[in-house]
Every structure is written in C-alpha cells, then in structure tokens.
Design a binder for this molecule. Structure first.
Ligand SMILES: CC(C)(COP(=O)(O)OP(=O)(O)OC[C@H]1O[C@@H](n2cnc3c(N)ncnc32)[C@H](O)[C@@H]1OP(=O)(O)O)[C@@H](O)C(=O)NCCC(=O)NCCS
Length: 139
C-alpha cells in the first residue's frame, strides 16, 4: 500500500464512491460535489491523501489547516479492508503533514450515530471534547 496526495482527475470518482460506500458514517454534503472539491484543493492540496494498493483506492482522508487549528474530514477505508491498519496509517501521515505546517492541534467531527469510531480515534490519542459544535449555512 502507498499513501499519496489526491489527484483530482485520476482519483475523484474512486474517492466519491469510497465515501458513498462509507455512509451513513460519512455524510455527504454539498461540499462534496466535484466543483467544491476542486475549490478545496486551492488550499492545502497536500492534506488530501489516498491509500492505494494495486492501482485501487482503499482509503482517503481530507484535511485542512487555517493557521491555528487543523481539521480532518471524511476519513474512510473501503469496507472490505477495515481493521488492517489503513485508517491508522492515513491518520499518521496527515498528522505528520499538519505538524510540518506548524499545526499544534486538530479537530474532527464524528456523527452521534458513529460511536464505534470513537474507539478508533481514542486509540490514536484523540479526546472527546466537551463542546457544542455550531454551524450556519451562509450560501
Ligand atoms: C474509522 C475507520 C476509518 C477506521 O479505519 P480502519 O482502517 O478500519 O482502522 P485501523 O485498522 O487502522 O484501526 C486501528 C485501531 O483502531 C481501533 N479501532 C478501529 N476500528 C475500531 C472500532 N470500530 N471500534 C473500536 N476500535 C477500533 C483498534 O484499536 C484498531 O487496531 P486493531 O485492529 O489492531 O485492534 C473505518 O472503520 C471506516 O472507514 N469507517 C467508516 C467511515 C467512518 O466512520 N469514518 C470516520 C468519520 S469521522
């Protein structure tokens, strides 16, 4: 398996399929349409990683850094390849890249119906934070 940067033309369909196949834990939103993904790549393209084996994408993760905090979105591993360490490797690589940008801390969101994934993130040293997340659609 190799972990490399996402390539829009080459990887878009495979990654969207991977995310769709990872529902309901991965919740697709208008930010996941191709135009929005292209827009996201104008910032931190090196924080969009895929895990590939035999020319087949088996995992992906999308990250960002705003100069203060990192964000991690849509970590997913192909259902038939879970519990083989792919998710852990993707997280280690994105953490390395965030660290390299000077990021001290990152956040990620886990939906309330995805409690089993908390165990995965805790095994990586993440802590559940006592916060409400507020959001507002502005477009
Ligand atoms: C969450 C996810 C990315 C984990 O990827 P993975 O490749 O299966 O995880 P790994 O094999 O690297 O797991 C590493 C360790 O994390 C822990 N872990 C992984 N999945 C776990 C689970 N469901 N419950 C508890 N611990 C878990 C284990 O300690 C595991 O090590 P072990 O298998 O040696 O016991 C994968 O289950 C997935 O794609 N889920 C659907 C999408 C999703 O929920 N994404 C998160 C969005 S916030």
């Amino acid at each position: 398996m190799i972990v490399r940067q996402f390539n829009y033309d080459q990887d878009l369909d495979s990654v969207l399929n991977l995310w769709r196949n990872s529902a309901p834990q991965i919740r697709m939103s208008p930010s996941d349409n191709p135009k929005e993904i292209r827009k996201k790549l104008q910032r931190d393209a090196d924080l969009f990683l895929v895990a590939e084996e035999d020319d087949h994408i088996i995992g992906a993760v999308l990250g960002g850094f705003d100069g203060r905090r990192g964000m991690i979105y849509h970590l997913a591993v192909e259902p038939s390849r879970r519990r083989e360490g792919v998710g852990r490797v993707l997280m280690e690589r994105i953490e390395d890249r965030l660290r390299g940008k000077g990021c001290l801390k990152y956040y990620l969101l886990v939906t309330k119906d995805n409690r089993e994934t908390i165990g995965f993130y805790e095994s990586l040293g993440c802590e559940v934070m006592d916060l409400f997340i507020l959001g507002k659609v502005i477009q």
